[in-house]
Every structure is written in C-alpha cells, then in structure tokens.
Design a protein around this ligand. Structure first.
Ligand code: GDP
Length: 415
C-alpha cells in the first residue's frame, strides 16, 4: 500500500522546467562571452618544398587571399616568412599567424635545412617563458607559439625523402605535426592508399611522433579515431571557382574534368579542415601549452639550475634555489675578481722588471759611451799638448833663424 501511495504522490508532483539559467550553471556562458570579446589566435607553421602548394592550401582553408609573392628556388638558405591577419567568421575574430618555409629543399647541401625551423619554434617558447618570468606581465601578450605544423609531403607516390624524416624527427617533440600529401590530385587512387601506408610505416619505424587527434572526449572520439586511421591527409588546394552543373565550387579544372576541393570523394581537404579548425583547434593549442611548451620550460629551468626536489628528495623552494644560485654567482665573481687582480699584479711586476732591465741596459750604455768620450777627450788633450809643444819649438827655431839673419857677417874677407 505504501508503494502505491508513493507512486500516487510522485504522479501528483508537478515538474517545472526552468525558462532561464540561474547560479553558477551560467559559468560556461560567461566564458564564451569573454572569449568572444577577446578573440582567438592560432599559429600555423607550414613546412614543405617551394611550390608544393602551402600558400594555396592556407588560402583555401581560411577562404581568404593572403597576399604572398612567389618564392624563388634560389635562396642560399632556408628561411621563414611570417604573415599575420585578422579574420572574422560570423562574430568570431581570429588572429591567424601563418609561418611558411622559404627555400626549403632547394639547396644542394640540405644539411641543417631544419635548423631555422627549430630555432623559430624555440624562440617563440623562449619569448613566452620570458613573459611568464616577468614581474609585470602583459595581459595583452600575443602568444606566438606554433600550435600546429602542417608538413607537406611531395606526391612522389614512393616514400618520404630523408629531409622529411630528418626535419620531422627534429621537431616532433616541439610541435604538433599533421602530415599532408600535397597536390594529391597528381597521385592515382590506388597509389595514394599505398603511399599513405608507406608513409605511416616509415614514420613509425623512424620513431617520429605525429599529432593524433584526441580520443578521450567521447563526443569526438569516434570521428577522431577514424581520422587518425586515414592520416596523412591527401589534400588539394585551390581558390578558383569552377562551375559544376549549376553549382559553383572551389576546384581545379582539368582537360578531363573538375576536381572539387570540398568533395570528400576527391580529396581529404574537408577532413583536414574539420579536424584542424572545427574539432581540434583548442586541443592543438592545449597540447602546445601543456605538452610541448612544458617540455621546453622544464629543460630550460633545469639547465638554469632550478629543481623541485633536492638530493635528499626534499622539496626545495624557488627562494632557496635562487639564494643558492646568487651565492654561487657571487662566489664565482669573487673568485674571478681575485684571479684578475693576481694576474694584473703579476703583469705589473713583469713590466716593472722589464723596465728596470731596460733602464740598467741604458745606464750601462751611457757609462760606456761616457768612458769612450773621456778617452777621446784625453787623447785630444794629449794631441793638443804635443801640438802646442811643437808650436813652441817651431817658434823658438823661427826666432833663432831670424836672429841669425839680422847679425852682420864679420869674418867675410875684404878684396
Ligand atoms: P608554395 O610555394 O608552397 O606556397 O606553393 P603555391 O601555393 O604558391 O603553389 C604553387 C603552384 O602549385 C601554383 O601554381 C598552384 O596553383 C599549384 N597548386 C597549389 N596547390 C595545388 C594542388 O593541390 N594541386 C595541384 N595540381 N597544383 C596545386
């Protein structure tokens, strides 16, 4: 009977549905409004050979026309071109930064072609870390860390090039890599399947970690895992509008027909756009922050001597490490100062001895010259004395002669 009463009671209770939201259930809406006001930012790195279709694909993805001059094939080194633009879709603002390689794969010696890419990625992490460490941080700081790297593979139908493997290997721990087969319209359907599996097996055997669409959120788990299975995406880019029947579509017009970029039977462009922009953009940004940036930050702070636990496994505070580092620095400065002083004193001493030696040498030389001069004077004195004696002798002789000449000759006989 009590059961019956309970069910009757339950049936008599009116259920009212709320017309609006109350309390903290509104929090997500507040976040949405705030984010919409602030706008969003997304940074893409495009790595691939010159003319492989990087600019075209970006313009197709964002339905825009980022003005870009055609790259030459004759750059001596690999460089990067950075373009930032403000895009708007409905009332969502997006600050898009596209970083493209310039001259990639064009040099005869390709050694170190990936170095400028690594340097750029690290420099953005470093800038973010420096901003974080500032006492007065800017809340308007423009995050320039790369959220995704679209790696453009040449549609050779064979396998990856060694440059592809080397570059991907050297950046896979720093950035989320999504591999793409560029200009996929140049590969036949059968070859494409074989090419895809070849690429994936090569990536796995080389231990390269590419980005996998997350499968932990059940709302997107199914679609994401099915997309993971068809990587790398075989894409075609075009901003040209082509007429197909009565519709105007974006595609590439060939003598044999039209390739529609947004037709899933023709290429994986739509899949890429959905995965990159619609489903996983936030995850790409999150992975960049909590995974790649975190690794960089960890390595950098460790290198600077910071650690969370001491040798005894006890936590060490930031303050303690800072004090210890400062002390160590002062001690090192003091040691270096002492060393410098010592070296300076030694140099002064050495100079002093050298001066003394030179002075002594000069003095000796002077004495020697003085002696020679005195001897010379004495010799001259002697010669003068002799000369004077000779003069006197001469004068005497002269006087005698003169006397003899003036005396009358007495003993001359007279005739
Ligand atoms: P980037 O140097 O990598 O930026 O290459 P571009 O985007 O400037 O493209 C170079 C040339 O390739 C242009 O003539 C494009 O029309 C062409 N192109 C771009 N994407 C594709 C594609 O998917 N398929 C084919 N067949 N050609 C493409």
């Amino acid at each position: 009977t009590s059961n019956n009463e309970d069910t009757e009671k339950k049936e008599s209770i009116r259920c009212l549905t709320t017309l609006s939201h109350f309390g903290f259930e509104c929090l997500p809406y507040q976040l949405v409004t705030k984010s919409m006001e602030q706008g969003f930012s997304f940074n893409i790195l495009c790595v691939g050979e010159t003319g492989i279709g990087k600019s075209t694909l970006i313009n197709t993805l964002f339905n825009t026309n980022l003005k870009d001059s055609r790259s030459s094939h004759f750059y001596p080194n690999v460089g990067l071109r950075i373009q930032t633009s403000d895009l708007q879709e409905s009332n969502v603002q997006l600050k898009l930064t596209v970083v493209k390689t310039v001259g990639y794969g064009d040099q005869i010696n390709k050694e170190g072609s990936y170095q400028p890419i690594i340097d750029y990625i690290d420099a953005q992490f470093e800038a973010y870390l420096q901003e974080e460490l500032k006492i007065k941080r800017s809340f308007k700081y423009q995050d320039s860390r790369i959220h995704v790297c679209l790696y453009f593979i040449s549609p050779t139908g064979h396998s990856l090039k060694s440059l592809d493997l080397l570059t991907m290997k050297s950046i896979d721990r720093k950035v989320n890599i999504i591999p793409l087969i560029a200009k996929a319209d140049t590969v036949s359907k059968n070859d494409l399947q074989k090419f895809k599996s070849k690429i994936m097996s090569e990536l796995i055997s080389s231990g390269i970690q590419i980005y996998h669409f997350p499968t932990d959120d059940e709302t997107v788990a199914q679609i994401n895992s099915s997309m993971n299975a068809i990587l790398p995406f075989a894409v075609v880019g075009s901003t040209d509008e082509v007429k197909v029947g009565k519709r105007v579509v974006r595609g590439r017009h060939y003598p044999w027909g039209v390739l529609q970029v947004e037709n899933e039977n023709h290429c994986d462009f739509v899949k890429l756009r959905d995965m990159l922009l619609r489903t996983n953009m936030e995850d790409l940004k999150e992975q960049t922050h909590i995974h790649h940036y975190e690794c960089y930050r960890y390595r950098k702070l460790r290198k600077m001597g910071f650690t969370d636990v001491g040798p005894d496994n006890q936590p060490i505070s930031f303050q303690e490490i800072y004090e210890a580092k400062r002390l160590q620095f002062y001690e090192q400065c003091h040691r270096e100062e002492e060393e410098l002083k010592k070296r300076f004193m030694q140099q002064v001493k050495d100079r002093e001895t050298a001066f003394k030696d030179a002075e002594k040498e000069l003095q000796d030389k002077f004495e020697h010259l003085k002696r020679i001069q005195q001897e010379e004077i004495m010799k001259l004195e002697e010669e003068r004395r002799q000369l004077e004696e000779e003069i006197i002798e001469f004068c005497k002789t002269k006087a005698a002669c003169e006397t003899l000449q003036t005396q009358p000759c007495t003993n001359i006989k007279k005739d």
